[in-house]
Design a protein around this ligand. Structure first.
Ligand SMILES: [Fe+2]
Length: 317
């Protein structure tokens, strides 16, 4: 696997579907204490190094509110932040709080936390060996990537509405569709600011390589955000995006979650899935990608698949 994405949420993949005794209404079921005092010096040092690496890249690339909110929330290079301290500011700003989780949690409890204005943050931090790539969202991805954006009041409302929509989607076998909306906005969204294109997606903000690729590379498409289009849009979890979806402002996102999605789901079920590299007639294309990187990535994926198959065949003999 190429060490490219830095981090990505696997929450919609269904790999972590063990619900245990969880039932709707058990909002705290997967919540664990952060135990801040248990972090080692080395873990704080890893945070510091990750923080510095992103800070060399993000000024002028991250959405303008990002730097201010980091500072205001007390998220800095000194140490892994204490959730209680962050919450003192975050609660005042948007009524949201962050809660600790041991790792990725199943989708329905995840949606339920969001619907209750609680954002789950992995309490662990990656090791030095995982410095460039980790699949499970750790404290750096969750706290550094997501929380500064969550301190924006409109975005905060969007995520709550998303959580409520997610629970409804779970009742209608549509989690895979609404998961795509999360992926291409909360994790990998771009925003058009007056000064230029900027990043607001946490999957990009916590990845040094995708922070550059998403804005500077000629390879990916960049299209205007369209919620129904996103419900149809497949993604790969372990590589850069082939298409980025660009919003004008957070109001646009929040407005998009207002309609009842049930008719959308019915409509989308009848339509073909849109592949990551694909553009469709209704797209407002801001940049038509060369697809050069996507081609290479597809070759790598095919090679990995072949390797896996060969290894499995060998093991069978
Ligand atoms: Fe995430």
């Amino acid at each position: 696997m190429e060490n490219v994405t830095g981090n990505s949420s696997r929450v919609f993949e269904g790999h972590y579907s063990d619900l245990g005794d969880w039932k709707r209404g058990d909002v705290d079921y997967f919540v664990v204490p952060q135990r801040w005092e248990d972090y080692t010096e080395e873990e704080h040092a890893i945070w510091r190094d990750l923080y510095h690496r992103q800070m060399e890249i993000l000024p002028g690339r991250a959405i303008s509110l990002f730097m201010d909110n980091l500072k205001e929330l007390g998220i800095n290079d000194s140490q892994i932040p204490d959730f209680d301290e962050v919450n003192k500011v975050l609660m005042k700003k948007t009524g949201w709080k962050i809660v600790g989780v041991p790792g990725p949690i199943p989708v329905e409890p995840f949606f339920e936390l969001l619907a209750n204005r609680m954002f789950p943050v992995g309490t662990f931090i990656r090791t030095r060996d995982q410095f460039d790539y980790i699949q499970e969202p750790d404290v750096f991805h969750d706290l550094f990537g997501h929380v500064p954006i969550l301190a924006d009041p409109v975005f905060a409302d969007y995520i709550e509405a998303y959580g409520r929509g997610g629970l409804k989607a779970a009742d209608h076998n549509a989690v895979y569709m609404i998961g795509r909306l999360y992926w291409y906005t909360v994790e990998f969204g771009l925003i058009q600011e007056p000064e230029g294109l900027r990043i607001y997606g946490a999957g990009i903000l916590s990845s040094p390589t995708e922070s550059v690729f998403s804005l500077d590379s000629d390879s990916p498409n960049r299209v205007k955000f369209d919620v129904k289009r996103l419900l149809r849009s497949r993604f790969f979890i372990d590589d850069f995006q082939d298409t980025y979806h660009v919003i004008e402002n957070f109001e646009e996102l929040f407005e998009a979650t207002k309609p009842d999605f049930l008719p959308y789901y019915e409509e989308v079920r009848e339509l073909p899935t849109i592949q990551p590299t694909e553009l469709i007639d209704s797209d407002i294309v801001l940049h038509k990608g060369t697809g050069e990187y996507a081609k290479k990535a597809a070759e790598n994926r095919a090679a990995r698949k072949k390797q896996k198959q060969e290894a499995a065949e060998k093991a069978d003999k």
